[in-house]
Design a protein around this ligand. Structure first.
Ligand code: ADP
Length: 445
């Protein structure tokens, strides 16, 4: 009996011992975990600073260190992702093409600056249909949302002038603001216009060549057939054929000049042109043509006229075309005046020199002025052709002046005549300072 009671006491003692040991082990861990929870909560609430956890339990301390390391890694990644997102948004904002991100319900969830410029601000949250009322675009957006894949649509918008766009709608996989479709608009107006201009140009050039060619063929047929033995007719026809062939040659020459100049238009010529010399020799070569109409070219250019920055041959072509026009469209017996003037100085470091060619002709109605330098644009086609014009002279002038980064100004008064003023960069800075006409002017012709 005594032995049984003793073993019971020992068992109780052992259990008590285990309990004490457990309490000694578990209590600090439990207390430490409580502190850990508070620390984590404090860190979450105050977003950042990690409080100090100094637990009696080494396990809790190790756990805390691991948690801190994990937090640091995640913070680092977050900063990286935020930087990436900021860079992506900056790229999106800088895109010149409007971009809209739509969610599953076609609501705009993001828009870049170009889109805001085009459709106005406050785009986010609006239905695409309220911004772009175009059935083809809306249909394409729905198709992409149904999972039909990328769609491309061409559309015309009046914003406020008519512009053509190509729209690309593609599925958007990245998980940003619930975006499901990305819509990009690309302005095709300039491309379409240049395609149209190219097509018009080819049509115009072919038309211009076809007429003299048809005349030539007709006369060749006549000379081989009905007029075979007719010496008089032969002489007359050969004269006309020569005129027509010359017209074609002029046209081809002008077309080649134009394409040559256009090819180099982006390169500013670096040479130097003595304008008095250039204009003087052009004027001398045209003297006979002017005389044939009882006209005279009066040059009134100062001896200290600054040189122009540019290509003398191209500038000679500019003044040749302007003087030829003055001879063609000026009234018989009148004087063509070539003068220099100091244009308003836009920039003291880049002075200009301006030359004006004035004729006394019928003048040009105001509505034609903006279009005169277009290829093949003529006020009176029949008259231009009769005068041997190709309709390309002023287009060549404009392109050469563009290449020289200069300006062409046309003013005209009906019944009085026209003035074509060419402004070019002067080759030296001091050359034009403090002088405007008057002294040292020379006059020829
Ligand atoms: P064209 O070979 O027909 O003269 P341009 O390109 O030189 O071609 O000129 C285009 C049109 O501008 C001419 O057809 C003419 O109608 C008008 N024009 C050009 N210069 C003058 C001028 N000095 N006076 C009146 N009209 C002019």
């Amino acid at each position: 009996m005594v032995g049984g009671a003793l073993s019971l006491d020992l068992a109780l003692l052992a259990e008590l011992g285990v309990f004490v040991v457990l309490v000694l082990l578990v209590v600090p861990v439990a207390r430490g975990l409580g502190e850990l929870r508070q620390a984590i909560e404090a860190m979450t609430d105050h977003d950042g600073a990690a409080p100090l956890v100094r637990s009696a339990s080494p396990i809790v301390t190790e756990l805390w260190i691991a948690i801190l390391r994990l937090t640091r890694t995640w913070r680092h990644r977050l900063v990286e992702r935020e930087a990436e997102l900021a860079a992506t948004l900056a790229v999106l904002a800088a895109l010149p093409d409007p971009v809209l991100l739509l969610d599953q319900r076609r609501t705009i969830v993001r828009a870049n600056a170009a889109a805001a410029d085009m459709f106005g601000s406050n785009l986010v949250g609006r239905d695409l249909a309220a911004v772009l009322r175009n059935p083809a675009i809306l249909g394409a957006a729905d198709a992409v949302l149904r999972g039909d894949g990328e769609r491309n649509v061409e559309l015309t918008m009046n914003l406020p002038v008519e512009r053509q766009f190509s729209a690309r709608l593609a599925p958007f996989a990245a998980n940003v603001d619930g975006g499901a479709v990305i819509l990009t608009l690309h302005d095709l107006t300039a491309t379409k216009r240049s395609e149209q201009m190219r097509a018009d140009f080819v049509a115009n050039a072919s038309h211009e060549l076809r007429t003299p060619l048809a005349t030539l063929l007709g006369f060749i047929e006549t000379l081989r057939g009905p007029a075979r033995e007719d010496r008089d007719a032969e002489d007359r026809f050969l004269t006309i054929m020569h005129e027509q062939a010359s017209r074609m040659a002029r046209l081809i020459e002008d077309l080649l000049s134009l394409s040559r100049i256009e090819m180099n238009e982006h390169v500013t010529p670096t040479g130097r042109a003595n304008l008095r010399h250039v204009i003087g020799s052009v004027s001398a070569t045209l003297e006979f043509r002017a005389k044939a109409r009882g006209m005279r070219i009066a040059l009134d250019l100062p001896s200290d006229l600054p040189d122009a920055q540019g290509d003398p041959d191209e500038l000679a072509q500019v003044f040749q075309n302007l003087l030829e026009n003055a001879i063609k469209y000026g009234r018989e017996g009148t004087v063509i005046e070539v003068t220099s003037r100091l244009p308003p100085r836009r920039d003291a470091a880049a002075p200009l020199v301006a030359i004006a060619v004035r004729d006394h002709g019928e003048g040009i109605a105001r509505e034609h002025l903006p279009r005169l330098t277009e290829r093949f644009y003529r006020v009176d086609t029949a008259r231009s052709r009769a005068m041997g014009g190709t309709g390309l002279g002023l287009a060549i002038v404009k392109h050469i002046i563009n290449r020289h980064r200069g300006r062409l100004e046309i003013t005209s008064e009906l019944g009085e005549g026209s003035v074509f003023t060419v402004s070019l960069r002067a080759a030296t800075a001091e050359a034009v300072v403090g002088r405007e006409g008057g002294d040292g002017r020379s006059s020829s012709n």
